[in-house]
Design a protein around this ligand. Sequence first.
Ligand code: NAI
Ligand code: 13P
Length: 336
Amino acid sequence: MSKPVKAAVLSAGSWGTAFGMVLADAGCEVTLWGRRPEVVEAINSTRTNPDYFPGVELPENVRATTDPAQAAADADFTVLSVPSQTLRGNLAEWAPLLAPGTVLVSLMKGVELGSAMRMSEVIDDVAKVGPDRIAVVTGPNLAREIAARMPAAAVVACTDEAVAQRLQAACHTPYFRPYTNTDVVGCELGGAVKNVIGLAVGIADGMGLGDNAKGSLITRGLAETTRLGMALGADPLTFSGLAGLGDLVATCSSPLSRNHTFGTNLGKGMTLQETIAVTKQTAEGVKSCESVLDLARRHGVDMPITETVVGIVHEGKPPVVALKELMSRSAKPERR
Ligand SMILES: NC(=O)C1=CN([C@@H]2O[C@H](COP(=O)(O)OP(=O)(O)OC[C@H]3O[C@@H](n4cnc5c(N)ncnc54)[C@H](O)[C@@H]3O)[C@@H](O)[C@H]2O)C=CC1
Ligand SMILES: O=C(CO)COP(=O)(O)O
């Protein structure tokens, strides 16, 4: 009998815990690393993560530790699921602990502030493992639904297709159906920018702008994501797949999305500080809207919805003013 695949999941947060369950249900031996001893203790003693998924029983083959060296030891896959803006610092501490040959798997959907790097680029910059040992999991995967074992498809992307196939096999369950893709750039941008568009749609929902506005923002959001992707060498077809359209639809229609909910609160008139205070988990688009815009400007790409979100979230522009500006830009053809 072959040895079970070992996976370290470095974060016992929302998506780290849920994806750890997926890996365990697919037969992997999973060790979650958590920062807080009380969360780790609860996982090991009650088989639940009460902070994120109260009442959801974790599989037997999931355990937790506060020691990253213990989690990372002998791992075939090392899954990273911390906030995008802390990844560089976290990974600098973890890099010396990584098992030789381990594949680093990013669950994160963001772009680093300052460097405008995608998460796989930050991983390579810090851990120096090369793109063929870095994979990305993305798509319409609201963690709470996955933890309830509700059905979803996903994309597993790696420049080395054989690595993507190994990870696909390691996380394929009756409720989680991963597809492979070698377009890492497109898959990562799809996830990062959809958080920004999720904020925009949330703002529109909070303002009561209706479903035509939602459909328009999703579609034009996808258009600006595709423009950025093509400037960075992505395959435009990736954006009509799970990493693009699929994730946008899930995020922009679900109250479970933190980005969508964050935007809704802003659209209803809460201040940024009030909205931050009621947001318990990571809403990546709040910071990544600035780094996505930075990336777009570096490549001469026009991203009016992203620019509008930056204006509302970071420059104090009232949503009604931002809406008027967005709608009154010069007229243009749909495809350009
Ligand atoms: N929750 C979801 O439904 C999904 C989330 N994602 C992505 O997964 C990534 C992680 O998000 P979530 O798990 O949802 O966030 P979360 O807020 O639930 O968990 C983040 C985890 O990182 C830890 N953390 C926070 N600051 C840290 C720091 N400075 N150093 C180390 N650890 C720190 C927290 O303790 C927490 O366990 C994000 O990039 C998000 O976009 C992707 C798909 C689905
Ligand atoms: O990425 C997600 C679903 O695919 C989760 O979205 P939020 O981060 O907005 O909750």
